[in-house]
Design a binder for this molecule. Structure first.
Ligand SMILES: NC(=O)c1ccc[n+]([C@@H]2O[C@H](COP(=O)([O-])OP(=O)(O)OC[C@H]3O[C@@H](n4cnc5c(N)ncnc54)[C@H](O)[C@@H]3O)[C@@H](O)[C@H]2O)c1
Ligand SMILES: [Zn+2]
Ligand SMILES: [Zn+2]
Length: 348
C-alpha cells in the first residue's frame, strides 16, 4: 500500500510499504478515507520530535472504515465508519484510570510517533475500542477529522487548562488550526474579549470571523505594547500559547495579568526561559498538557449536531497522490492562505 514515510528532517516521500496486520486481539485495521496534517507534523519535519524514526508513516489524524478487528474488539465491526483519535489508551493502567490517556503506559501518542500513522491506505489502531469513535455513514469527513486532534487539543490544553471564565479577557498566541480550535472552544465559556496574536494576516482575519474581538500582528515585536493598550495596562486573564517557540512563550509571559493563567499548548523543540524575576510575585499559574482526547465524545456530539462548525477550519483539499504538495501548502500557510489541509484517500 501507499503511505507517506518520514526519513529525516525535511525528507518525506509517498512510497510503498507493507500492509499493517492485526498484532494483538484488541487491534483494528482501518482503511483511511480522510486525513490531514498537524502543526506537530511540521515540528517533526523540523526535527523537533526526536522519537520519530526513519521509516515511520506519519500523522495522527484520520477518518476511515473498519477493515478488520481483533477477537477482543467488541465495539466495532468491518464496515463501520470511524473517527480515529490521536491518543491510544488501554483504559486499565494508572494513568488511564486518572483520565491521563496521553500518558497511558501501554499507549499515549503513538500514531505517527512510535507506531505507523494515518497517512496511508490502512492503519493499525491498538486498543481500538478506546481509540475509535463510531460515525454516522453520512458524517461530513472534513468536519470529523478536525476531532482527531485539534479540537480536543484546543479545548483540553488551551481552554480548560487556561480555565477560561465568563467575562475574561483572553489572548491566544498562534492562529493556526490549534489556536483557532482553542478560539472556537473558548467561546463555550463566554470570555468577554478574545485577542488573537499571530504573524499571518490571513489567519488573523479568519480569527476575527470566528469571533476574536482584536487581532494583533506581532511581526513588529510590539505585541506586549499592543495588548497593554487594549487592556488598560492590565494584561490578560488567560493566555494560551499555540505556536511552540521561545518568542511566543515570551509574549505570553509578558502579557499575563496578576492572578492569570498561562496555558502552554505548543510543542517546543528548544528551551525557553521562564521569566521568574517578573512572574514570582504575580500569582500566575502555568500549565502544560499533552492532549488526552477525553473530550472527543462530547465534541463529536457538538459537531454532529451543528453546534460546533468544525468544517470552517478546512482551507484546502488534496488527493493522497499530491500529499507532498499538501505539506508544502501547510508549511507555507501564510503564502497559501492555508489553515487545515484535508487529504482524501480516494484516488491513489
Ligand atoms: N499539546 C498538545 O497536545 C498538542 C497537540 C497538537 C498540536 N500541538 C502544537 O500546537 C501548536 C500549534 O499547532 P497548529 O497545527 O496550529 O500549527 P501551525 O504551525 O499551523 O500554526 C502555528 C501558528 O503560529 C504562527 N507563528 C509562527 N511563528 C510565530 C511568531 N513568532 N509569532 C506569532 N505567531 C507565530 C504561525 O503563523 C501559525 O499561524 C504546534 O506547536 C503543535 O505542535 C500541541
Ligand atoms: Zn495533532
Ligand atoms: Zn493505559
Amino acid at each position: 500500500m501507499k503511505a507517506l514515510v518520514y526519513h529525516s528532517p525535511d525528507n518525506i516521500s509517498l512510497e510503498n510499504v507493507p500492509m499493517p496486520l492485526i498484532l494483538l486481539s484488541t487491534d483494528a485495521i482501518v482503511k483511511i478515507s480522510t486525513t490531514t496534517i498537524c502543526g506537530t507534523d511540521l515540528h517533526i519535519l523540523k526535527g523537533d520530535v526526536p522519537t520519530i524514526k526513519n521509516g515511520r508513516v506519519l500523522v495522527h489524524e484520520g477518518v476511515g472504515v473498519v477493515e478488520e478487528v481483533g477477537n477482543e474488539v467488541t465495539g466495532f465491526k468491518k464496515g463501520d465508519k470511524v473517527l480515529i483519535s490521536l491518543i491510544t489508551s488501554c483504559g486499565r493502567c494508572s494513568f488511564c484510570k486518572k483520565g491521563m490517556y496521553s500518558h497511558c503506559k501501554n499507549g499515549g501518542w503513538m500514531l505517527g510517533n512510535s507506531i505507523d500513522g494515518t497517512q496511508a491506505e490502512y492503519v493499525r489502531i491498538p486498543f481500538a475500542d478506546n481509540g475509535l469513535y463510531l460515525l454516522p455513514p453520512d458524517a461530513d469527513e472534513d468536519a470529523a477529522v478536525m476531532l482527531s486532534c485539534i479540537l480536543p487539543t484546543g479545548l483540553e490544553c488551551g481552554t480548560v487548562k487556561g480555565q477560561v471564565q465568563p467575562g475574561d479577557t483572553i489572548a491566544i498566541v498562534g492562529a493556526g488550526p490549534v489556536g483557532l480550535a482553542t478560539l472556537l472552544t473558548s467561546k463555550l465559556f463566554s470570555p468577554a474579549k478574545i485577542i488573537m496574536i499571530d504573524i499571518d494576516d490571513n489567519r488573523l482575519e479568519i480569527a476575527k470571523s470566528f469571533g476574536a474581538k482584536y487581532t494583533i500582528n506581532s511581526a513588529d515585536g510590539k505585541a506586549y505594547e499592543k495588548v497593554m493598550k487594549l487592556t488598560d495596562n492590565a494584561g490578560v486573564d488567560v493566555v494560551i500559547e499555540a505556536v511552540g517557540l521561545s518568542d511566543t512563550f515570551d509574549i505570553c509571559q509578558s502579557i499575563i495579568a496578576p492572578g492569570g493563567n498561562i496555558a502552554n499548548v505548543g510543542v517546543h523543540g528548544k528551551p525557553v526561559s521562564l521569566r521568574l524575576e517578573n512572574l514570582w510575585s504575580k500569582n500566575i499559574t502555568l500549565t502544560t498538557r499533552l492532549v488526552d482526547a477525553g473530550t472527543t465524545s462530547m465534541l463529536l456530539k457538538m459537531v454532529l449536531s451543528g453546534k460546533l462548525d468544525a468544517k470552517k477550519l478546512v482551507s484546502h483539499h488534496f488527493e493522497m497522490k499530491d500529499i507532498v504538495k499538501a505539506y508544502d501548502t501547510f508549511k507555507n500557510a501564510a503564502h497559501n492562505h492555508a489553515v487545515k489541509v484535508v487529504i482524501s484517500n480516494r484516488d491513489i
